[in-house]
Design a protein around this ligand. Structure first.
Ligand SMILES: Nc1ncnc2c1ncn2[C@@H]1O[C@H](COP(=O)(O)OP(=O)(O)OP(=O)(O)O)[C@@H](O)[C@H]1O
Length: 264
């Protein structure tokens, strides 16, 4: 199995406070994982640690290894690791077309600035990705004229463009509450797209507050509380009403239908 991530004894501070405590986590490429936990427990900081936007406190036993390497050129890493959240990369993205917004994934930029060199190979790869995510009709449409669901689809393309769909350069998609601000139909579209990508071998690391976002292909759950991973195991064991009730310190009810869970 190809390793995607290995974190050992990782502590991370933000401002004056330590917000991640002794994180130990290994993920293989192509795994499908959901991270659950109350507001402020450190989920986004964990993703930012993986993308090197937050750094661990240097200690002798601390390890952060991504795709089997501990040292990265940040530009190269960002190409391999796209994060999709409910926000666009910048306001300039609004005037960028769908195809160009996908191409910005090669540069981690908000738009295709004139000084960026786009090669033919990049264009071919962007067209491949537009096809893969079912967004060919959005190629020439400005992002600002798209619905929130269409924008999210393009941002998934932007996150995927820098890596290939197979082999050691396999796609790994990090999603931080991607269904926020989407209506019911757009949430459904997003789940269908994530299911298709997961079935094609794209790895998924999904942060969500919505249990119904946990597509059937996700089979591993991480539970975080107060900056610590408090549970890490199969969905069948952890995605239960008692575990969720303990995690969120409130009574949670759970139902299951067609591989999806619904909590209230
Ligand atoms: N830029 C920042 N500066 C200082 N502290 C921060 C910053 N961003 C987050 N924090 C703090 O770090 C802790 C973890 O925040 P983080 O955003 O990782 O949690 P989260 O689980 O993703 O929360 P949510 O579910 O609300 O998005 C919180 O206590 C938060 O207040």
């Amino acid at each position: 199995m190809t390793p995607f991530l290995h974190l050992a004894h990782v502590n991370v501070a933000r401002g004056e406070n330590i917000v991640l405590h002794d994180i130990n986590l290994s993920v293989n490429a192509g795994e499908h994982i959901a991270i659950l936990g109350p507001n402020g427990c450190g989920k986004s900081t964990l993703i930012k640690t993986i993308t090197c936007e937050c750094y661990p406190i240097a200690q002798p036993d601390t390890t952060v290894s991504i795709f089997g390497r501990e040292r990265w050129d940040l530009t190269e890493l960002k190409k391999r690791l796209g994060v999709v959240s409910a926000e666009l990369p910048g306001r300039q993205t609004l005037t960028t077309t769908g195809r160009d917004a996908v191409l910005t994934g090669f540069f981690s930029s908000s738009t295709l600035w004139p000084n960026l060199t786009v090669t033919e190979a990049m264009r071919t790869r962007a067209d491949e990705v537009l096809e893969q995510i079912g967004a060919v009709p959005l190629a020439n449409k400005p992002v600002g004229e798209m619905s929130a669901g269409q924008q999210r689809r393009i941002m998934i393309g932007r996150a995927l463009v820098g890596s290939s769909s197979t082999g050691s350069d396999r796609q790994m998609l990090l999603l931080d509450e991607p269904s926020n601000a989407l209506d019911i139909a757009a949430q459904q579209d997003l789940r269908d797209l994530l299911r298709r990508l997961a079935q094609q071998g794209t790895g998924i690391l999904l942060i969500t507050h919505h249990v119904s976002d946990i597509i059937p292909e996700i089979d591993r759950i991480l539970m975080m509380k107060d900056g610590r991973i408090v549970a890490d195991g199969p969905k069948s064991e952890l995605l239960t009403a008692p575990h969720l009730s303990a995690l969120f310190r409130t009574e949670v009810h759970l139902t299951q239908k067609d591989g999806f869970h619904h909590a209230w």
